[in-house]
Design a protein around this ligand. Structure first.
Ligand code: DQA
Length: 147
C-alpha cells in the first residue's frame, strides 16, 4: 500500500508561521512522525510540498496508477482552487483532507473548502496530530476497499 502526502502553500513555514494557530511543530517533524507510523503499518509513504497550485495539480495527476490514496492539506488553496478539486476528482481514489486549525472557527473565507468536495473525509482542528489521524483513517479505508 502506498500513500502520497501533499502539502500546500506556506506549510513549509510550520514552526515559524502563526504559532498561536498552527503550533510550534515543523513540517519535517510532522513528516518524520508520519514516516514512523507508516513504517509500523507496513505502508509506503511519499512526501511533497509546494507553494504553486500547478505543481500540486501535477503531483495529484502523478498519483494515478502509482499510489493507492492521498492525504492532502491544500492550505489556502482549499478555499480557492477548483483546479485542485478537479485533479483530486480525476484520479478517483481515497482522499483525506487535513487542516491543522479548525477552519470552521476561523475567518469566514476559510470556512468553505472547495477542495473538500473531492475528498472522502476531512480532519480539521487537531493540530499536527490531524495528520496522524488522517494516515490511520486512510489506511483503514484502503484496507476496507481491499477486503
Ligand atoms: C490550513 C488552513 C488554511 O485556511 C490556511 O490557509 C493554511 C493552513 C490549516 O492547516 O489549518 O495555510 O489549511
Amino acid at each position: 500500500m502506498k500513500i502520497a502526502v501533499i502539502q500546500g502553500p506556506n506549510l513549509n513555514m510550520l514552526g515559524v508561521r502563526e504559532q498561536h494557530i498552527y503550533g510550534g511543530v515543523t513540517l519535517e517533524q510532522i513528516h518524520a512522525q508520519l514516516q514512523n507510523a507508516a513504517d509500523q503499518n507496513g505502508v509506503e509513504i511519499e512526501f511533497f510540498q509546494s507553494n504553486f497550485e500547478g505543481e500540486i495539480v501535477d503531483r495529484i495527476q502523478e498519483c494515478l496508477g502509482t499510489v493507492d490514496g492521498i492525504m492532502i492539506n491544500p492550505a489556502a488553496y482549499s478555499h480557492t482552487s477548483i483546479a485542485i478539486r478537479d485533479a483530486l476528482a480525476a484520479v478517483n481514489m481515497p482522499v483525506v483532507e487535513v487542516h491543522i486549525s479548525n477552519i470552521y472557527k476561523r475567518e469566514e473565507f476559510r470556512q468553505k473548502s472547495i477542495t473538500a468536495g473531492s475528498s472522502t473525509g476531512v480532519i480539521t482542528g487537531f493540530g499536527g496530530f490531524g495528520y496522524h489521524l488522517g494516515l490511520i483513517s486512510l489506511i483503514q479505508m484502503l484496507n476496507e476497499l481491499k477486503a
